[in-house]
Design a protein around this ligand. Sequence first.
Ligand SMILES: NC(=O)c1ccc[n+]([C@@H]2O[C@H](COP(=O)([O-])OP(=O)(O)OC[C@H]3O[C@@H](n4cnc5c(N)ncnc54)[C@H](O)[C@@H]3O)[C@@H](O)[C@H]2O)c1
Ligand SMILES: O=C/C=C/C=C(\O)C(=O)O
Length: 492
Amino acid sequence: MKSVDTKVREIKLFIDGEYVTSSSHSLFEVKNPATQEVIAKVHEATKEDVDRACKAARRAFEEGPWRTMPVKERCEKIRRMAEIIMERREELARLEATDVGKPYSVAFEKEIPRSAHNLKFFADFIEQLGGEVYPMEEEYLNYTRYEPVGVAALITPWNLPFMLTTWKLGPCLAAGNTAVIKPAEATPLTVSLLGEIAKEAGIPDGVVNVVHGFGPNSTGEFLTAHPEVDLISFTGETTTGKAIMKTGADTLKRVSFELGGKAANIIFEDADLHKAIPVSIQAAFLNSGQVCLAGSRILVQRSIFDEFVARFKKAAEELVVGDPQDPRTNMGPLVSEEHYKKVTSYLEIAKQENATLITGGKRPSNLPDYLKNGFYLEPTVYVHENPEARICQEEIFGPVVTIIPFDTEEEAVQIANNTQYGLNGVIWTENLQRAHRISHQVRAGTIWVNCWFVRDLRAPFGGFKKSGIGREGGKHSLEFFTEAKNICIALQ
Ligand SMILES: NC(=O)c1ccc[n+]([C@@H]2O[C@H](COP(=O)([O-])OP(=O)(O)OC[C@H]3O[C@@H](n4cnc5c(N)ncnc54)[C@H](O)[C@@H]3O)[C@@H](O)[C@H]2O)c1
Ligand SMILES: O=C/C=C/C=C(\O)C(=O)O
């Protein structure tokens, strides 16, 4: 199936249970990154539209019945959303692949089922949660309730739009909050359907609202400044997190931030390269490297350096770069022209920094005619001795990785920690003690040993340093989305 999707969709805002047009009637275009064809015209939410959405969410929160409904009933509705997502799996996967440029197979096999699971997991989790009772003297009963906070702004990026939005929406709703969602302007297609999916699942009007638009001086900023918004869950760039924190400070909003990364993927000389190489290829090039958890700095012990580089190069060159809709495709284009320019600017920086290009660094030469305008870049691998180089420090967020040699464990840890980021790290070794030792020393929120991107939704997920504030996952998400209330009752 070719990426030629001639249908241009009109995407409206979803406010208080219905699709509405922008009050300014201003529409922006969304393109298929594989072809540059326009696939959608999207209503941009004005300040007035954002105000309507926030007030609808406030009404739905205060007046109920969402907040006060028995938890079982609320969770059944959220589970129904998950079922509808699975019923619409093919359509959602097709839209996500067309919008983001990711392989349809990845969207269909992984991201859409994970999105449904995000909702089901938090519904089940909250339903089974017990409370706390503090034994006091006999004449008192002291216990804790976890109550919803209010109206949440959920602001998400373009790399995994549906998966990351449902990852926030699940705990937000299960805890009894209401939401105003703002997906990334580059990829609003799948997330625009969440309001109607919620409605079909029986969730009351006003509980799930979706507004579209840009960040600064647009929908995103209006939302983060809005006095009715109590909490902001944001995933995106570190610099955007700073801007959101400033805007939200005036009204003292609670924030949870999942931000950028530049993970070290450390390959020790005793690593099993049969496993380490294919997984490191995934970690480098999944979703065209547009993954916050990407293993974009590969640290390799010098004794196996040449062998690793040769084998990694061969595996990178075997990846099929092509049409996202084609089942043989491993890697599609980058998401947009703007992002393509950012990523390819690093090819120039790499040249200036005297990095050694191992493979890639240009558009693939064998793309069919209908993809000639797509934002394609070959899987690109550099070697650099200097971990301070910009390509080793800055988040490129594309199919570009740098391999850096090291001699000792201490040096590996020092290079791994020499970054402003701390989202995750990856370690390859067959030595148990070393695996634990290095895991403890790398300053990052998640460490994967001899694997990558293996997720248990109960586990804390988030970043050290400039990679975030707070944690998502299981009870950690619920801590953010609830207010703990202590009740102390005199029994006589
Ligand atoms: N830590 C994680 O879990 C995680 C997951 C995925 C992506 N990311 C990060 O996201 C980035 C890529 O995504 P992106 O380019 O879409 O991020 P981005 O920060 O540019 O945009 C994310 C969202 O924020 C909105 N936004 C931008 N400026 C805003 C403002 N001033 N006020 C309010 N909203 C604003 C955007 O419109 C978009 O919806 C990378 O840095 C990546 O590492 C992190
Ligand atoms: O690009 C970033 C990927 C984030 C993944 C998650 O938030 C997750 O798996 O829960």
